[in-house]
Design a protein around this ligand. Structure first.
Ligand code: ZN
Length: 188
């Protein structure tokens, strides 16, 4: 049954306004409908291709996950560590590794999993010195600008210095303060 209604619609492809006979009409013309279909098809192809690329890129990792034994290099890849770190883990954490030859050290990934099950006795959490968190009094502090002027240092260099040496800074009002003794060690 044909209807007599006329509704204004926006074409899903070209975006123009058009008069349609049904509220469900999506395109102004057959041409737009066909073009949009092709566009969706193309997008789908692109998406599939991208998915395939991701899959191929990750394949080495997926393959490694299923292996019973890994070389140091493979384990490093799997864990996202450097080869050196893996060797250090072997030495310090007592991971079972077997040297079949000079260049063939094999590790069982299950031994790595087991590490996570062990309680971390003697595990050292690096804590920043407590002393630094004590806030100095304003009279014993410089503002950032004061330091720049007094020691003739650029703000970039100063912030680098503060960051690199983990120097405590705090803000009060609109100024940022650093304890005199903390910064003088580095600039005097
Ligand atoms: Zn159109």
């Amino acid at each position: 049954m044909s209807s007599n209604i006329s509704v204004y619609r926006i074409c899903g492809f070209c975006g123009c306004e058009f008069l349609a006979k049904k509220t469900t009409t999506k395109y102004c013309s057959l041409k737009c409908a066909s073009k949009d279909y092709k566009r969706r098809l193309r997008n789908q192809k692109i998406e599939n291709s991208n998915l395939q690329t991701i899959k191929i890129k990750n394949q080495p990792l997926i393959d490694l996950k299923d292996k019973e034994f890994l070389t140091v290099k493979q384990l490093a890849l799997l864990l996202g560590f450097s080869v050196k770190t893996v060797y250090r883990l072997i030495n310090t954490k007592g991971i079972n590794a077997y040297n079949f030859s000079k260049r063939k050290t094999l590790i069982r990934p299950t031994d790595i999993d087991a590490l996570f099950d062990k309680p971390q006795i003697g595990f050292e959490v690096v804590v920043r010195p407590v002393e630094q968190s004590k806030q100095a009094e304003i009279k014993d502090c410089y503002t950032i600008t004061e330091i720049q002027k007094k020691f003739n240092i650029s703000s970039g260099a100063l912030y680098n210095l503060i960051k690199r040496n983990n120097i405590n800074k705090f803000s009060k009002g609109k100024f940022i303060y650093v304890a005199k003794k903390d910064i003088e060690v580095f600039l005097k």
